[in-house]
Ligand binder design. Structure first.
Ligand code: ZN
Length: 311
């Protein structure tokens, strides 16, 4: 039983329209689902990914309009890294980000920058046999497009405390224990690495990561729950998120983990061609549509605009 790398990374935004412009407009990802936070259906849960909404490419945001900026600290993800295919791709993004007024720092096969709310992001040139997970954007040639996640970096004061759990319970591979790990499945892998936590306490809020989810096969999900429980991870019951099923727990360094299933996927309630165009509400929430839709912030559709202008 192996976790197939990262499933999704979920973050917080205070400004959904600007968030859409950045991730779907500038970074060229596809908005594959526009739904509501199942724990608070008056706010959005936005999903950006490749063209198919594949696990491994999916960055999601809870929208809390006006929430203050947070700050990553011990027990939180502080950087998200996507793969790109070449040095040329890094050059393309350095220029595209710069033209949009986003400063980026290039260093040794990597390009670091921040989203509009201060979330640390990175593109890394990575040689891999894994399938590139590409979104189509008229201004982003596919040979330079983001190819899905490479991994996340987290802050910890005591990464050694997580060693046993990552190794024996989650089956992560130590790249250089206790700091660098990898969840390597049959098809995909995802990196998980620790950095020394800053002295200030972390604080959730805009521009921070809420949790990172790892991918499991549908038929192995229950078994993962049992394994996490046996390993002392105190998992939640299995929660049906409609697009996938989930369990949540904290790894010993405090980072909120989810294990999510590789199905049924985002085309469950929309055709693959129309993903993310309308507000999707899981069956239990459909009755709220009339009440909820007028409360949600109106969102731009950068893909439509870029398409209309032509390349
Ligand atoms: Zn999640």
């Amino acid at each position: 039983m192996k976790l197939e790398g990262i499933h999704h990374v979920t973050c917080v935004t205070a400004d959904a329209p600007r968030n859409v412009e950045f991730y779907a407009g500038l970074l060229g990802l596809r908005m594959v689902k526009k739904t509501v936070n199942q724990d608070d259906p008056t706010v959005y849960h936005l999903f950006y990914a490749d063209e198919h909404g594949s696990a491994g490419s999916d960055i999601t945001f809870f929208e809390y309009p006006g929430v203050p900026r947070g700050r990553a600290g011990a027990g939180m993800v502080h950087r998200i890294t996507w793969r790109v295919g070449s040095e040329d791709a890094l050059g393309f993004w350095e220029e595209r980000l710069g033209a949009a007024g986003v400063g980026a720092e290039r260093d040794d096969g990597r390009l670091r920058f921040q989203d509009p709310e201060g979330l640390d992001l990175e593109l890394a040139q990575v040689e891999t046999d894994e399938k590139p997970l590409l979104a189509l954007h008229p201004d982003v040639p596919s040979e330079v497009a983001l190819q899905g996640f490479d991994g996340v970096r987290v802050y910890s004061r005591q990464p050694d405390a997580s060693r046993q759990f990552l190794d024996a319970t989650l089956g992560f591979t130590a790249v250089s224990a206790p700091l660098e790990w990898e969840a390597r499945g049959h098809e995909r892998s995802g990196a998980y690495a620790y950095d020394e936590a800053p002295p200030e306490r972390g604080r959730g809020g805009a521009g921070t990561v809420h949790h990172v989810a790892w991918s499991a096969r549908m038929d192995e999900h229950e078994a993962w729950r049992e394994r996490v429980a046996r390993g002392g991870g105190a998992p939640t019951p299995v929660i049906d998120r409609f697009y996938f099923r989930s369990i949540y727990f904290r790894e010993p360094s405090g980072v909120l983990f989810e294990i999510a299933t590789l199905g049924p996927g985002f085309a469950t309630d929309e055709s693959p061609e129309r993903l993310g165009e309308r507000l999707s509400l899981p069956p239990g929430f459909e009755a709220l549509r009339e009440k909820v839709e007028p409360l949600l912030t109106p969102l731009p559709n950068p893909r439509e605009r870029a398409g209309a202008q032509g390349p």
